[in-house]
Design a protein around this ligand. Sequence first.
Ligand SMILES: [Cu+2]
Length: 159
Amino acid sequence: MNFSKKNHEHKNKNVIDVSKKVILSVAVIATLGVTSCNSQTKKETKTTKTETSKDMAMTDLSFGVRGNCGMCKNTIEKAANGVEGVASANWDVDKKKIDVSFDDTKTDAMAIHKAIAASGYDTEKVAGSEDAYKNLPGCCQYDHEMKIDQSGKMKSDNH
Ligand SMILES: [Cu+2]
C-alpha cells in the first residue's frame, strides 16, 4: 500500500516538473518573438542633424513608402540616411510616407527612392528589391497592394 502510493506521488512530481519546463520555454520563446518584432517600435530616435546645417540649402521632400512597423521604420530611414547629402529622414508608420530633408547639390530625389527600394521597400516611384524584401523579418513583409502615402490626398481614388 505505502509503497505504491509513494511511487504515484513521485510520478506526479515528474509530470509537474516537465510541464513547468514546457511552460517556461514557451514563455521564453514568446518573449523573444515579441521583442524581436516590437522592441524597435519604441525607439524613436530624433534626428537633430537639420539644426546643425542651417547654412546649407536643404530641400524637403515627402513621398509614399510602403511598410508595416517600427522595424520597417528603422530600415527605411537607415536606407534614406545612407544616401550622401540626406540630413534627416522620418517615415510615418500610419501614413506610409517619408519626410526627407537633403542637400540637393549632393543628391536628388531619385537617389533616395532607389536607396529605399534597395532595402526592400516600395516607394511611389521605385518598386522595392524582391531579394531584400524576402530577407526582411516576417512582420515586415508588407502587402505590395498597400495603399501608399495615406496622408489623405489619395482618398479620391476610392470613387
Ligand atoms: Cu516591419
